[in-house]
Design a protein. Structure first.
Length: 353
């Protein structure tokens, strides 16, 4: 006759605890998976705009980087339209940057494409572009990878290669400046919003010092090529990136092109923050333009409400960026000589008999 096994009270309590922990772990794991799925679905959901939100990937020296392309409705393969490249800041994604800037709505009205590369969180947990990684060459590798994404989009979609603008905010502005100085002939215009000029930092420690305005550009490191015209937008209430970096950037551009500083002017539209504007010209050529927005912090000027790093009370930075690119395209069109046409030989009238 078999004996019944008797369980001790301690063993029974242990089994109950183990079952409770297992159920809690399963619930926590399911909740985490559901949350991850919601985040992924939200990340892939297209931001507002009458057009396509196209996901892609590009491979370069820094590895694989994801990007999203906004293509307005009605643009065909036979057209050639401008491309605006948008580089987000730390803590942002391609989608959140599109929501903040509302560049897609502007692109739908004005008929241009918008490319949003996205930093890999495995490369930088905060989603920051490595604009300062010039000593380790990580910055150059990321710049080359971004250029690969731009070239891929130019190959696959109806982009006018001579009408590519480059815009970034914060770390994205620093990377945009590095990209433009490394590949100056690829871009028609550069827009830096709340960023740091190139040649200021080469490591995380020097980057922090540069952000607080304690470093100046190393002109010998940057070089002196014919960089694309520069628009700088910066708030005088920025506590993350000192607005002295804005003046350093335009002066660096002015020195590289032999440009002179013009008279400042104050602009304000309605109740938006006023801006003090200074242009730098080399002859008739606009080399750089500085918009110092009074009262603006570390945020996209004129951005959407309830978005991080976005202030709707400032001047519309998206429209300023697009208008700046348009101006450079008009200037380039005027300076390009018209193709010569072969003159037709004169036809002499036959004399009357």
């Amino acid at each position: 006759m078999s004996r019944r096994t008797r369980k001790s009270p301690l063993g029974t309590a242990f089994q109950r605890t183990l079952r409770s922990l297992t159920r809690a772990s399963v619930r926590a794991g399911t909740k985490a998976l559901d949350q991850a799925a919601r985040i992924a679905a939200e990340h892939a959901r297209p931001p507002p705009g009458q057009g396509d939100w196209i996901a892609g990937q590009a491979l370069g020296p820094a590895g694989v980087r994801r990007y999203y392309l906004f293509r307005p409705d009605g643009i065909t393969r036979t057209q050639r339209v401008p491309l605006m490249v948008m580089l987000h800041g730390c803590g942002q994604t391609a989608r959140s940057f599109a929501l903040s800037t509302r560049m897609n709505a502007l692109a739908a009205r004005e008929r241009f494409l918008v490319l949003y590369p996205e930093q890999d969180r495995r490369a930088n947990p905060q989603g920051c572009w490595e604009w300062f990684g010039t000593a380790t060459r990580t910055g150059h590798a990321e710049a080359a990878t971004l250029l690969a994404a731009i070239e891929q989009v130019c190959l696959l979609y109806p982009v006018d290669r001579d009408a590519v603008g480059l815009t970034g905010i914060s770390a994205g502005a620093g990377m945009a400046a590095l990209l433009a100085t490394l590949y100056p002939t690829r871009f028609r215009a550069l827009v830096m919003h709340s960023g740091v000029p190139p040649g200021v930092a080469h490591s995380p420690a020097t980057a922090m010092a540069a952000m607080h305005g304690r470093r100046t550009p190393d002109f010998a490191t940057v070089g002196a090529q014919q960089w694309p015209p520069l628009l700088v937008i910066h708030g005088d209430a920025d506590r993350i990136v000192a607005n002295g970096n804005a003046r350093a950037a335009v002066r660096l551009w002015a020195a590289a092109h032999g440009a002179r500083e013009g008279e400042t002017r104050r602009l304000q539209r309605g109740r938006r923050y006023p801006a003090v504007v200074t242009d730098y010209h080399a002859g008739r050529q606009l080399v750089a333009s500085l918009y110092e927005v009074q009262g603006l912090g570390h945020a996209w000027s004129g951005g959407a409400q309830r978005q991080p790093f976005s202030d709707p009370a400032g001047p519309d930075a998206s429209r300023l960026a697009w208008s700046f690119l348009q101006r450079q395209l008009r200037t380039a069109a005027r300076s390009t000589p018209a193709p010569r046409t072969r003159a037709r030989p004169a036809v002499l009238a036959r004399p009357r008999s």
